[in-house]
Design a protein around this ligand. Sequence first.
Ligand SMILES: [Zn+2]
Length: 734
Amino acid sequence: MGDGRPVTRREFLAVTAGSLLLADTALAQTPGPAARPWYARMRRCGQLNLNERDPLTLAVGPWIDYWESLRVDALLLNGGGIVAFYPTAIPYHHKSEFLGSRDLFGELVAASRRRRIRVVARMDCNYAYEDALRARPEWFERNRDGSPRPHGESPWLFKTCMFGPYFTSQMAAIYREIAGRYDVDGFFTNGWPSTGALEVCYCENCQKMYRDDVGGVPPDQTDATNPIYRKYYDVYMRRIADVWRGWQAVVAEKRPDMVYVGNLGGGIQTVKNVAALGEVALWFNADHQGRSGDTPIWACAQQGRVAQAVMKGRTITNVTGAYSNSRVTWRHVAKPAVETTMWMAQTVATGMVPWFHWLGGAPEDERWKETGRRFFTWLAKNEPHFWNTRSIADVAVLYPQRTIAFYRSGTGAGSWRGGERAQTTEYLQGVYFALLEGRFVFDFVHEDDLGVDTLARYRVLVLPNAAYLSERHCEQIRRYVAGGGSLVATFETSRYDEWGDPRSGFALGDVLGVTATGPAVGPGRNSYMRIEQRNAITDGFTGTALLPAAETRVPIRATSADAPVLTVVPGYPAFPPEMVFARTPRTDEPAAVFRQQGASRIAYFAGDVDRTLWRSGSEDLSQLLQNAIRWARGAEPPPVTVDGEGMVEIVAWETEPGYALHLLNYNNPNMTRAFMTRLSRIGAQQVAFQVAPGRAIRSVRTLRDNRSLSFIQRERIVRFEVPSIDDYEVAALT
Ligand SMILES: [Zn+2]
């Protein structure tokens, strides 16, 4: 290796095989508390992201003082990759041109260690300089015409290829050099592998791989209708796993608890399979630093739920950018403290570890410092209440990974229903919105994790247009229902296999109790659902015979002869007003089907009511989804109810000392448009919290407000009032 010849996967594995075993063993076991590696007990991390010029002026002492004041367990500090912040001896590992005689990384590591702060070397494997491009052309990505790929803003840097020896040889050499010289605890690679779309490169290594392993050149865009893309997806995911495990093995040569952590994230919008990434990751870092544009504030909590679904209690961090990562980006000024704090609050509410991030060693804006310090010191003071043992939610939402990654409507690449790619997440967003409005306590489950062990504790599984499901997924859902579980499903759920090949009908048609009678109809407007029965599903709709219909629906027939609860009123012109009357005011086509099968309750909506809710903000569609989930969940008291004003996200955990109820106050004019700038206090929240049988609660405290609350416990239910919430509150029951 390193002689310019492409490195095969076999060779890479051979090099690292000895220690690979170690990484695999570490993954296979769920260690007890004593055996937990250091990062599993980490609660707070910070990152000072150096720039090349920092060695000229950076004062190490004050920076470490700052991070120590945040009570961080670990610091992310720039080691190398694009730029080395230490006197490296590795050829083509570009030393900061301002380094002089300094060893800035070494100084920072030593100062951190003196304060007992762990250090993770922050690396970047994605770009290198032109001298490397000349000497090691096989390290770099290529365009179709063979030209290298310069960075968009810093065109003196060139993109490296993960299928080439830069990843296997050069990065491994750099890790070994740093691990050999410095007392570090781990390595993190910025920007790799990410959860976004696959890259397509035309370097020699990749062309060979296309010929030998893929059977052709993959398309430049995500297109799961293309058999070559499907093959490439598998090869690509396998390469990520190989590189990840290989790097883990390399860093563990020095010390077995030394960890490699990749860069993941993406919130709910992922293309790479996060369940597969969760299998190789000892530590899942979500690089979900903030929101911009019209991303809702709860995007960070969604990230937490996605990561929890695949890590299942293992280490997850989420980066909070203290700088303005808005639609117009400013790297060197702070974003509003309220927004930053709400992001960190969601991070810890969903069981992730916050990682507070600033760029550049000589800030002229220092406002962010106190924002981080205030939150982190509060967190440190209340640390035991953030040691979660399990979620107490009994509602599960399926994270439809493949639908989000690949879903197309109709045939042919790019035929989205109306535009941009984010649309595949809108079904989930709509369900999420209804769950927030309905104040449900819920978890995400990944579609590749639908076994009995995972699903048994949930009363209901919500399938937000899980259109692409494999036979195995469907069989597992069928088994869950046979065991008494309930379902709420929408639209094209199970109409396609896992790669998007359409089925003749619904694979879950037997469970949902429906047959498709044709292809999806829509998108259209001005169509309705007619209320045919007054019951738990249509509760709250007094004063109307019509409800808004979804934009698109699958025409269906119910397999049972039961009278429908909601029927389809087909669309008619919305303009001009003279033409606005129903041509067919009544049909017997069901808009939804509700059925009971043993202990299971099944609700199926033929339309994309979830996505239509997200696009329209329709109160009726939100209420309808809430009614359906509540009905499917059954009459048993929920694990927790919180009644009061405002838009609140609720997360509830069993913790090492007892229970923790997290209440995130989203009731803010900037809830669905960045940024929150001012607090918007909400008033009293009445809580009924169910504890384990026989468990006597002795104290209920609010951790932000720092008050002891009066409470009443009757059998398993503990009742108390949270008087008000500024941004975030945690009620700790012990
Ligand atoms: Zn390549």
